[in-house]
Write a protein that binds this ligand. Structure first.
Ligand code: NAP
Ligand code: MG
Length: 512
């Protein structure tokens, strides 16, 4: 069903469909000539992928039926078709998983020489590499992200994370000289849907390397690759109970958070749920790290190489459908280059291809769920009704599935919801500034502080600005680059604790 467009449309194109123009563009530049893309033949990624009709829980090294006997559907958001059924774990299953993890911790994993632990983690990394094509396709089918992203970004990073942490396993004494690191025990890990396998790798690899055992809960809409990872753990011969995967809903996550015999909770997800978890852990012995939402500013100075910057901005918000916690969802442009930048942005989003995520030509895939799509619509409508101006190509979206076209807003003020709240979709809010000081103030003016970007020709400006940004990661003349050696995490409502690098190892260790 075609959705009603936001009410504040500024023009109507020939065929009657609404288009939204940027008033700041000169009249001759307002000819939004959408739909003049090249047409390519479909180029779907193929590999022999086997999706089971049903996935059970992974507890104590075995696939077991859930205590409730219930299963829920996992669908492909690109066509709304059911892919499989996933086990609905409850508090009883979580308890079984925690007991298995405790046994494995005490009897096997913490007793094993670190060098031996490292061998398992290397083995897991190698099997992931071998199966990366199949895993990328599964990730794309279950979550909606483009195959370009899952194949070229997610999967290589997943394997790298395991390799990197495997290398640290028998060198922890050198990572923390004189501090004698010891494992924490049993870790409960809860992850979101935007990078399903990558978030599992970010959580599992450092925990295992440091000698902990784990109970992991994937997000409800994207559990399939976690269960294939469980098969890989079996294939690698990982001792029973070292990693347990309990699928289910928010309640399943809550049962992990509230279980008495867990030593640490590591959570990646929304700020709202992060706050609930933080409250639940007050007064307990459990350690906590939270990786939450973001509203990153990309600061574009007038001396930046504009074409390169526009490419970085595009990849920072539109690829992966904007489903990235550190997405550059606010663009701050120096006033003198504003008209040029928005013209280039407009031209570029016009030729982005929205469509079948499995097609190698698609730049933007499907929105992960109906719930997320509704949230994007709601926030975009709020932007229009609060007075911002929307630029949105009138591209043809597939009839079934959840889709949103690449869009941006101009005329955004700091108080608009679209400048403050996480949209988590392919929608950019563009604002202007005059001086670097004003850019810093605007960039820091959100409740979040996860990431930021600076684009300028001058190294000195990069250092000056980056030092004043209240963000855990600041990219300079690039965006969304990840590396397991580099710690990642936030300030303010983006959470606390770091994942990756030495900081990430410390978060899974205690010191004598
Ligand atoms: P979410 O709703 O907070 O869910 C995250 C995970 O928590 C899911 O597995 C969810 O289960 C579970 N959960 C829900 N309620 C819970 C509760 N009361 N107790 C324990 N667990 C609970 O977030 P999301 O919508 O999946 O993910 C998007 C959010 O994650 C965005 O805000 C994004 O910015 C953030 N994110 C942050 C980072 C980072 O590193 N900072 C990385 C990626 C994503 P169900 O799926 O079953 O609801
Ligand atoms: Mg799905």
């Amino acid at each position: 069903m075609a959705r009603k467009s936001p009410s504040r449309s500024l023009a109507v194109q020939d065929n009657g469909a609404p288009a939204h123009f940027v008033t700041a563009l000169a009249p001759e530049d307002r000819r939004l000539n959408f739909g003049t893309k090249w047409d390519y033949a479909p180029a779907p990624e193929t590999a022999p992928v086997k999706i089971q009709p049903r996935y059970e829980l992974f507890i104590d090294g075995k696939f077991v039926t859930p205590h409730s006997g219930k299963y829920f559907d996992s669908i492909n958001p690109a066509n709304e078709k059911k892919l499989t059924e996933i086990a609905q774990g409850d508090a009883h299953d979580v308890d079984r998983a925690v007991k298995a993890a405790r046994r494995a911790y005490e009897k096997t994993w913490s007793k094993m020489p670190a060098r031996e632990r490292g061998k398992y983690i290397y083995r897991i990394a190698r099997i992931i590499q071998e199966k990366s094509r199949e895993l990328a396709i599964l990730e794309t089918m279950d979550g909606g992200k483009t195959i370009k992203e899952s194949r070229d970004v997610d999967l290589p990073l997943v394997a790298t994370h395991f390799f990197y942490h495997a290398g640290w396993t028998d060198k922890l004494d050198y990572a923390f000289p004189g501090r004698k690191p010891r494992p924490l025990g049993v870790c409960g890990q809860i992850i979101p849907w935007n990078f399903p396998l990558l978030m599992a790798a970010w959580k599992l690899a450092p925990a295992l390397a440091c000698g902990n055992t784990v109970v992991l809960k994937p997000a409800e809409t994207t559990s399939i690759t976690a269960m294939h990872l469980a098969q890989i753990l079996q294939e690698a011969g990982l001792p029973d109970g070292v990693v347990n995967i309990v699928t289910g809903a928010g309640e399943t996550g809550r049962a992990i958070v509230e279980h008495d015999d867990i030593d640490k909770i590591a959570f990646t997800g929304s700020t709202d749920v992060g706050k609930i978890i933080a409250k639940a852990l007050v007064g307990t012995k459990k350690k906590l790290t939270l990786e939450l939402g973001g509203k990153a500013a990309n600061i574009l100075m007038e001396d930046a190489p504009i074409d390169q910057a526009v490419e970085g901005i595009i990849s920072g918000i539109y690829f992966n459908q904007g489903h990235v916690c550190c997405a550059g969802s606010r663009l701050l442009v120096q006033e003198s280059i504003f008209p040029t930048v928005i013209r280039k942005l407009r031209d570029r989003i016009t030729v982005l291809r929205v469509g079948d995520p499995l097609d190698k030509n698609s730049d933007i895939g499907a929105i992960n769920s109906k719930m997320q799509l509704d949230r994007i619509h709601e926030l975009v409508e709020s932007g229009v009704s609060e007075g911002a101006e929307l630029v949105q190509p009138r591209c043809k979206l597939p009839e079934r599935g959840y889709w949103y076209p690449p869009s941006f807003f101009t005329g955004v003020t700091a108080t608009h919801r679209i400048a403050q709240e996480e949209i988590f979709g392919p929608v950019l809010s563009v604002m202007t500034f005059r001086t670097p000081e004003e850019a810093i103030e605007r960039a820091n003016n959100t409740p979040y502080g996860l990431s930021a970007g600076v684009w300028t020709d001058k190294g000195s400006k990069i250092f000056k600005i980056a030092n004043k940004l209240r963000a855990g990661v600041v990219w300079a003349n690039t965006y969304n680059k990840f590396d397991p050696t580099s710690p990642f995490g936030g300030y303010k409502e983006s959470g606390f604790g770091r994942e990756g690098g030495l900081h990430g190892l410390a978060a899974y260790s205690q010191f004598a």
